[in-house]
Each structure stands twice: as C-alpha cells, then as structure tokens.
Write a protein that binds this ligand. Structure first.
Ligand code: BGC
Ligand code: NOJ
Length: 810
C-alpha cells in the first residue's frame, strides 16, 4: 500500500494520506540552522548541535506519537482545524505533504479554505521561514483567525527534559510588535536568543503555554484557539511558547500569504542589551526584514532550489526504471548530505542528545557526498584525523561542537583507524587532490603534537600490524564494524553499556573482518606511499598485506564461507562449528571486496552461501542462524531478539558490500536484485509493512527470523546511504572514480539495454552512454571518447568546464 507518490520532476515525495505508518520526515537546513519536520508538521529546530542549542521542544517516544512541532491552527467561525491535519486532527480535504530538497510544503482544505505552509531554511541563514498561503475557494467572503505555535526548548535538550526543579523557574521572554523573543539564560552566560515573527499586525499573542493550551489540554485543543481569543500572556518560568493570532479577511478566490520567521540570533557580549533587561533586537530585525514579503521569500526559496539543483547535478542517471533513477539522482545523494550534516545525531530514532560523530561512520559517510562537496569533505577528514591518537588508535566518537574525541565513549574499536585510509582514498580518487596527504594534522587535538596526514595513515596501518593475534589476524579490541560483536566484554550486569563497559584483558579475540579491511585499504596506503616515492615503506607495507592474505587463507576460511572472528578464547565465531551464528555477512562482503577468494572459487562459494543462508525477501540478514539466547562471549549481538538489529536483521549498511562482491564476480543480476530488496523506492508498494519513508534508507529492516520481517526502523542516519550510493553508481552502473581518472566498469542485469550517466568529475563533464546490444552483464568494453577509441577503461582527464561524449558498448 502506498501513502503518496514520487514527483521526480520536482524532486519531491508527495504524501497524500496523513496517516502514514510512521511519521515520515524531512530535514531543513544546510549549514548551521536545522529543522526536522514530519508530514504532519511535527519536529523541532536547533542551531548546529541538537543537544546544546535546541531551539524548540520535542518529546521523543511520546503518546501520541510525533506531538509537538511547528503548528498552525485555523478557527473559522468555530470550526477549528490544522492545515497539516495534526494537531487538531479535524477531517480535512486534499491533504498533501510535499517533502522536497530542503523544504516541505504541507496543506489541506476545509470549509472552502485552502491553507498551505511552505517550510524552509534559507541558504546561509539561521532561521526557518514559514510561508502560510490562504485561499478562499468558496463563493462567499471569509473572516477567520489563524494561530501559529511553537514551544521553546530551554536550549540544552538533555537538561530541558530532566532538570525541572530549575527549568520551571528560568524561562524568560520579551514581546515587541508581535515578535516574541525567547531569552532564557541570556542575561547570564548565553549570547543567543530565538524569536518568532510574522509580517503582519497581530490580533494578539501568547507566550505562556498553560494559558494558551489550558493546563489539562493537549496540542489538539488549545483554549486560546477554540475560544478564538489569544490571552496576550507573558511567560515567567514554566514553559514559554510563542503563538501569534492573526485575523484574515478573504474575498472569494482571493489568496493571501503570511510569512513567519523562526530565527536564531547571536550578539557579541558588549551588544547584548540596549537597556537594563531589554535585549538588543537589531540583528533579529534585520533578519525579519530579509523575508518580510512574499517576493523576498520566493527569491530565497529559488536560491535553495538552485543550491540543490547544483548539488544534484554531479551524477545524473537516465535509466528506464524510475525507481532506480530517482534514487541515484535525487534521494540517495540527498540522504547522504543529511548524514553529512547530522552524522547520527538527530532523527526520529536518534534523540539528538546521544551520539557524537563516529570516527568510522564519518569516514564512510564521506563516500556518499564527496562528489558534491569536496572541500567540506576535506575539512571533515582533517577534523576526524585530528582526534586520532599518536599510536594510531582512535576515539570512537568526537563531539561536533568541540571537535574533540569523546573520552566517555572511549576507543579500541580496532577497525576505526583503517576507515581513515578509506576516507582519504575516496577523497583523493574523487578530486585528484594529493595535497591532502601533506596537511599537518594534530594528534588528540594537541597542536604541539602534529604530523602529516600521510603519517596518520601510516600509523593507522601500523596499528593493525602492531596488534595481531595468535593466527596473525588483527585483534578486534572492543569490537570492529559490528559494534555489537563484543568479544572481550563479558557483561552480565544489565546496568552496564555493552559499548563502554571495561573490557576483560588477556584474551585473543581476532577479527577476520579487520583483516579484509587491512588488505583492501592497505592497498590504497601502498599506492599513496608509492606516489610519495616512499618505496621502502610501500614494499614493507605490501609485505604485511601479503602476510595478512596468507593469514586469511590459512585461518579465515570455514569451508563454504569466510569465518567472522575468533573469540576471547580463540574459538571460532561465524563457523559451521558454532551452534548459532554460523555465517555472518560482513566478512563475505569485505573479503571479496579485498580480492580474497577471487583467484580461486572461494568468492563464488561464499556468495552462494550468502544466497542460501542469509538472503531473504527483504535483503541479506547479518547472520544465520539468529542467536536465540545470550552469549556472554559474544556480547550485545546476542542481546537482540532474533531478526532485529545486529542479530540477523537486514542491516542495510553491509548489504552493499555483498552487492559490490557480486559485481566483482560478474553477477550483475544478483547485485541488482539485492540492491532492489533494500532500496526504499522499490518498497513503496509495501509501505504499510516497511513503515519508514519510501524515499530514504533505513538502518535496519527486520530479517526473516523476526516477528515482523520486512518492517524497517531507524531511517535516515545510516551508513547504508553512502554505501548504497557508492555501490550502485560505482559498481553496478560502473562509473568509478580512481586515482588516475574515471574508471568504467559496469556490472548489470543482462536484460538491460542501456542507460546514460552524466558525471561531473575533476572539472569536466562526461556524458557516458552505455549500450548493451548483446545483453551481457559484465565484460570487456568498447569505449570511445568524443569519437576516438580508448584502449583502457579509464577515461582521460580533461580541462575544467569541457564536456565530453563517451560511448561504452558492453
Ligand atoms: C547498536 C549499534 C550501534 C551501537 C553504538 C548499539 O546498541 O545496536 O547499531 O552501532 O549501539 O551506538
Ligand atoms: C551503527 C553504528 O553507527 C556503526 O558505526 C556500526 O558500524 C553499525 N551500527 C554496526 O554495528
């Protein structure tokens, strides 16, 4: 069952039924000011950091779901309703929510009145603009009242939800000319306030929540709205809110637009006040003036659209299947940009107060957006590398505001350092900018202890070499990519976190997954060393890699698939010898990506095992059989019920590894089949089961052993976004940035006749037409560039701004 449809020309998903199986959200903002908005106008805003600078309040896991947001109410002669259906939930007609690139439009109709709200954050500004369009569709004049509503958060979202003994006494506001200013804590240590304005005179306002709603009412039944009369209240403590009341007259057919601005302002210390207790509103007024009529809003909105058109012009696919094209052209890169902005902080599954930026997550996210924002990717790499420790190990997370490693979360996830090599390699392949390796980057943010980024990578590489176990495989440390494979944790205390609790020393737990990563990204390190004429170092590194290949050959193969790990005691994990969890997905994907098993039949055999034991209708599950009980020596993985999360859920992040592996063995049919099982646009028809948005990937889809197979959770902030973008564009469609140029290497279902990819790469534009006249899935190619036959499959580099026609006959 569908709840809307894709509008590809407008790059929108249009939700036509407000009762989606879960709130379907969108993100507004690109730089400093961000909002999350659901299809019924739920959500919240923050400045930079969802924890420390939360502007409006949101209650996670609330009853009812998704209550609290940027609400509008209409009181049309006693008939009260909301254009987004919620919060009033009165019957409305022609409801639609258009989630677009950085904007959302929600509207509906009732009693011959159409009300539509456009929400967006202008490019480069620190506010959310809300344009309310009201049209009289009837034959009689109309007079009605419109109420706006936001609830302020007292800045620190964690404190705001816990420290009521203090918070109920701190709230402060100011009101001037219908603009409501939220200035809690501004008089002491804060240099910032927020405001909410409208570009028309108001009938009244409210800033005291209890007065506006009535103490025992929910958002669905505010007293002020139902009575039609705002109380002009001034909040002192408790819960300050901001609500305007505007009276509107509309002739038949007439339309009016109102512009509301929710802004965030910072003032220098000396300019905070203009009189005792009176805040300096100059910057707010200037901001309000930037959007005080519809024309200005239109211009700002157009700028936003142009911004996104530019971002999305880097890779353009023309393919007969719209489900594929819309992912590659619109939604997948869009989601990747959201992961750039949010990392894993704020979604409808991440509370914004929990996780910092992951060391490994951020390096992988990069692979999904580097082609759009290379300079930011470079900065991000330097931020990440600056938290690395001098022995090559890494903090598992760092905090976005301070950019410092998070000591509370700790480190020792032994895959982390290698992801830095992946991030850097991905950046260089895209940009050709080798100078990144020469950047001086501190260790642990200490400027007195710095080295070239290349040296950081050497330490990452050597960190593995220096931490090998008895099978000459890498010691796993706290865990590897799979955060829940806690082989040294042995936690029996429910009050401990599997992620941070002190590990038991003295074990020998080794990871075949890290071994494969080492072989794969070690090869990039060798290339970089050679590029810098460090031939001795390159040869030494190659020797370590060759030894690792041997170690995997000798100790990493289980007969029909790659082993996953050895536990604390040296016992196999992910082996047919195990009672449960006999086979794991991660090593099948990563080993084959590293080329292991490609020179004999092991890769094919491993992939056949994946197909037999792990693949299901909804994707490839993480392990099989699922763990049905808790294993002290395995940790969090066995804490999840069967079929969910890391215990045999379809963990979408790692499915692309198998997809890539399939392309490396030439099975384009299976690669695409697996892709389509987890890609949201292909799941639109089963939205009632899938539950999460049909336009973005979810971290997990419940696997075959789950109670509800196919039900997804944790949409938006997942490494699946980057890896799916990477797999589909570089390995299925086969347009792959490499050090020397753009490599052409498609692997597709044989039925495909052809497709075209237009790719911007290092300044030039390549229009690449693929033809598949004899219906192959992979093979040798006949490539012509501007009519001239090319001998290799690496397209040459061209001067900035030039355009080239490439024809590829498979
Ligand atoms: C989740 C993992 C996550 C980890 C760290 C675990 O509870 O299952 O997916 O990586 O927490 O936040
Ligand atoms: C989510 C985490 O963000 C990521 O770092 C990890 O690799 C996966 N879970 C798998 O555990």
């Amino acid at each position: 069952m569908k709840f809307g449809y894709f509008d590809d020309p407008n790059k929108e998903y249009v939700i036509t039924s407000y009762k989606t199986p879960y709130p379907w959200i969108n993100y507004l903002g690109n730089k400093d000011f961000f909002s999350i908005i659901s299809n019924t106008a739920g959500g919240y805003s923050f400045f930079r950091d969802a924890r420390l600078r939360r502007l409006t309040r949101f209650r996670y896991n609330n009853v009812p779901l998704d209550d609290g947001g940027k609400y509008f109410y209409i009181n049309d002669n006693g008939s009260v309703w909301s254009p987004g259906w919620k919060p009033v939930k009165a019957e409305v007609e022609n409801y639609s929510c258009r989630h677009g690139m950085g904007y959302t439009v929600i509207g509906s109709e009732k009693d011959n009145l159409r009300a539509e709200v456009l929400y967006f954050v202008p490019v480069g500004d620190t506010c959310e603009v809300q344009r309310v369009s009201l049209r009289n569709t009837g034959k009689l004049p109309k007079r009605f009242r419109l109420f706006s509503f936001v609830e302020w958060c007292l800045w620190n979202a964690n404190d705001d939800m816990t420290n009521f003994q203090r918070n109920f006494s701190t709230g402060e506001v100011e009101i001037e000319n219908g603009v409501m200013y939220h200035k809690t804590e501004y008089r002491e240590r804060r240099n910032h306030y927020a405001f909410y304005s409208v570009n028309t005179p108001v009938k009244g306002f409210d800033t005291d929540r209890e007065a506006f709603l009535g103490i025992y009412n929910g958002f669905d039944h505010p007293d002020a709205v139902f009575s039609g009369n705002p109380g002009n209240t001034v909040a002192h403590g408790w819960s300050p809110v901001a609500s305007h009341c505007v009276e509107i007259d509309l002739e038949p057919g007439e339309e009016k637009n109102l512009v509301f601005v929710l802004g965030y302002i910072e003032n220098p210390e000396k300019e905070k006040f203009i009189a005792p207790k009176v805040i300096n509103k100059e910057r707010a007024k200037t901001m309000i003036a930037r959007y005080d009529n519809n024309y200005k809003v239109e211009i700002a909105f157009r700028e936003l659209k142009e911004y996104w058109d530019r971002q999305l012009s880097v890779i353009k696919l023309d393919h007969p299947d719209p489900r594929l094209s819309r992912m590659v052209n619109i939604w997948n890169p869009y989601q990747c940009m959201v992961t750039y902005n949010m990392s894993r902080s704020a979604s409808y599954f991440e509370s914004g107060i929990g996780r910092g930026m992951g060391f490994r997550d951020s390096n992988q996210d990069l692979a999904g957006y580097v082609q759009m924002i290379a300079p930011q990717a470079k900065k991000r790499i330097i931020d990440i590398a600056s938290t690395q420790l001098a022995d090559g190990s890494a903090y598992h997370q760092y905090q976005p505001l301070t950019k410092r490693g998070n000591a509370e979360i700790g480190g020792n996830f032994n895959d982390d350092p290698l992801w830095l090599i992946f991030g850097v390699a991905t950046y260089i392949k895209e940009t050709g900018d080798w100078s990144l390796l020469d950047e001086r980057v501190p260790f642990d943010n200490n400027p007195d202890n710095a080295a070239s980024l290349f040296e950081h990578l050497r330490l990452s590489f050597m960190h593995v070499v220096n931490n090998l176990g008895p099978h000459k495989l890498p010691l796993i440390g706290r865990a590897d990519w799979n955060d829940c494979l806690n082989l040294n944790c042995f936690s029996s205390n429910p009050d401990e976190s599997f992620q941070t609790t002190e590990n038991q020393k003295g074990g020998v737990a080794e990871s075949v997954f890290i071994a494969a990563m080492f072989v794969l990204y070690g090869a990039d390190f060798v290339k970089m060393a050679l590029k810098r004429d460090e031939t001795g170092l390159a040869a030494e590194a190659q020797k370590h890699i060759d030894e690792m290949v041997e170690a995997v050959k000798n100790h990493g193969w289980d007969g029909n698939w790659f082993l996953r790990a050895y536990d604390y005691y040296g016992k196999k994990v992910g082996s047919r010898e195990c009672e449960e969890g006999k086979i794991f997905i991660e090593t099948q994907g990563m080993c084959i990506m590293a080329g292991l098993g490609l020179d004999d039949d092991k890769a094919l055999e491993a992939l056949a095992s994946v197909n037999k034991y792990l693949a299901c209708d909804y994707g490839i599950v993480l392990n099989n059989p699922a763990f049905t009980k808790y294993y002290l020596n395995l940790g969090e993985i066995s804490s999840y019920p069967e079929g969910y999360k890391e215990n045999a859920g379809v963990f979408c992040h790692n499915n692309p590894w198998v997809i890539i592996a399939e392309t490396l063995t030439g099975n384009g049919h299976r690669a695409y089949d697996y892709y389509s099982r987890i890609t949201p646009s292909y799941l639109e028809e089963i939205s009632e089961l899938h539950k999460t948005e049909p336009y973005v990937y979810s971290q997990m889809i419940a696997g075959k052993d789950a109670f509800t197979p196919g039900e997804a959770k944790n949409s938006w902030l997942t490494g699946a976004a980057a890896w799916c973008m990477y797999a589909v564009t570089q390995y299925i469609l086969g347009v792959r940035p490499d050090y020397e140029g753009l490599m052409i290497d498609p692997c597709i279902p044989h039925e495909w006749n052809g497709f075209t990819v237009t790719r911007k790469f290092r300044g030039a534009v390549y229009r690449i037409e693929f033809l598949n006249p004899v219906h192959r899935t992979k093979g040798s190619w006949e490539i012509t560039v501007d009519g001239k036959r090319l001998e290799s499959n690496i397209l040459p580099l061209f001067p900035e701004g030039t355009e080239h026609n490439v024809k590829v006959i498979i």
